[in-house]
Design a protein around this ligand. Structure first.
Ligand SMILES: [Fe+2]
Length: 346
């Protein structure tokens, strides 16, 4: 078995490959690491055949949907997954065949209703059911401390103590542990009694993960996150640096139209000299009057550089072939002490 472990913040993803057939599965991939996974698979001579989420993640953006489209391979999740884009719904005791490897599902609800662990040879991918020195929380949607107790004490912890465990999270940079090690030292597993365990889980008082609403929305629907929309927009247009724009503004480069897509008050408080105002919300409706020549070179700016990227991509889609986005925004422009005009332009 070939195993690559990829950490993104506290999230862990795994590329598991069969060394004989070169087929591989990617477990719990995160959206920002797509290029990294593909590069690792290429380096190891592996072909990704399955994209597996151990459960519906509330704290990171799953890459399964996007990679499934890119690679034309199935998304695998437990039958209880609410996501409509799952291609292979799998249940307890069933297996995914990966060349000579067998990935066996152990259904372990509790952290979420669709949580499962995957047993492959001497390794158990535990998702958020069992972490190193911890367990998954049970206070997020579909969490259930009673079910987690049963999944841990009746299933996972009855397996071979020598099994290596690979969790979906570790915030301390540890890579793996064993079942035996966790039974002996994991503080969450010391309350073996069901009521005491449930009581402990109810009283953890954990703060909500960041982006929980957006992560659940995108992971359950297959929709895109804001960061994905921005990355896709940024891939469509070229950028110009603040310093290069300043040089052109000072040289009174009449070739370049600077288009400020903020609202009027922000624009009138301070804008790049000679910039024109066309708020983001009005672009599609007013573009024909404001920018009749689609061959003109247009630079789009906004306050932080995000909305202008989206606006530049929209203009590009509308046929403005020479549109450029500013790498940065008016906030950075002001902080750099670059020239500003206020009020309306003549
Ligand atoms: Fe989770």
């Amino acid at each position: 078995m070939i195993l690559e472990q990829i950490a993104t913040g506290g999230c862990q993803s795994y590329l598991v490959g069969c060394s004989e057939t070169s087929s591989a599965a990617l477990i719990d991939p995160e959206i920002r690491q797509i290029d990294h996974y593909l590069a690792l698979a290429a380096r190891d001579g592996l072909r990704i055949r399955y994209l597996i989420d151990t459960h519906t993640h509330a704290d990171h953006f799953s890459a399964t949907r996007q990679l499934a489209r890119q690679l034309a391979v199935p998304v695998v999740m437990h039958r209880e997954s609410p996501a409509p884009f799952v291609d292979m719904r799998i249940g307890d005791g069933e297996m995914v065949l990966l060349g000579r490897l067998r990935l066996q599902v152990i259904y372990t609800p509790g952290h979420t209703r669709d949580s499962m662990c995957l047993l492959v040879e001497d390794s158990l991918f535990t998702g958020d059911t069992l972490l190193i020195g911890g367990t998954g929380r049970t206070d997020l949607p579909s969490g259930d401390p009673e079910a987690l107790h049963d999944s841990l004490f009746r299933r996972v912890l009855t397996l071979d103590p020598e099994l290596k465990i690979y969790p979906a999270h570790d915030y301390k940079g540890r890579q793996s542990s064993t079942i035996g090690q966790e039974i002996a030292t994991n503080p969450r597993l010391q309350a073996r009694d069901r009521d005491a365990f449930v009581d402990m889980m109810h009283n953890l008082n954990l703060s909500m993960p960041t982006h929980v609403t957006e992560a659940l929305r995108t992971n359950m629907s297959g929709g895109k996150s804001v960061a994905q929309l921005l990355a896709e927009a940024a891939a469509k247009v070229p950028f110009m640096s603040l310093a290069e724009l300043k040089r052109r503004v000072e040289a009174a480069d009449g070739e370049l139209i600077v288009l400020d897509v903020r609202e009027r008050d922000a624009y009138e408080t301070g804008h790049i000299p000679a910039a024109r105002l066309l708020p983001r919300g009005q672009i599609e409706l007013r573009v024909n009057q404001e920018l009749p020549d689609p061959t003109r070179r247009i630079l789009v700016c906004c306050e932080l550089g995000h909305v202008s990227t989206l606006a530049a991509a929209t203009l590009h889609e509308m046929g403005f072939a020479c549109v450029v986005a500013l790498d940065g925004g008016m906030k950075a422009w002001r902080e750099a002490g670059y020239p500003l005009n206020s009020g309306r332009e003549p």
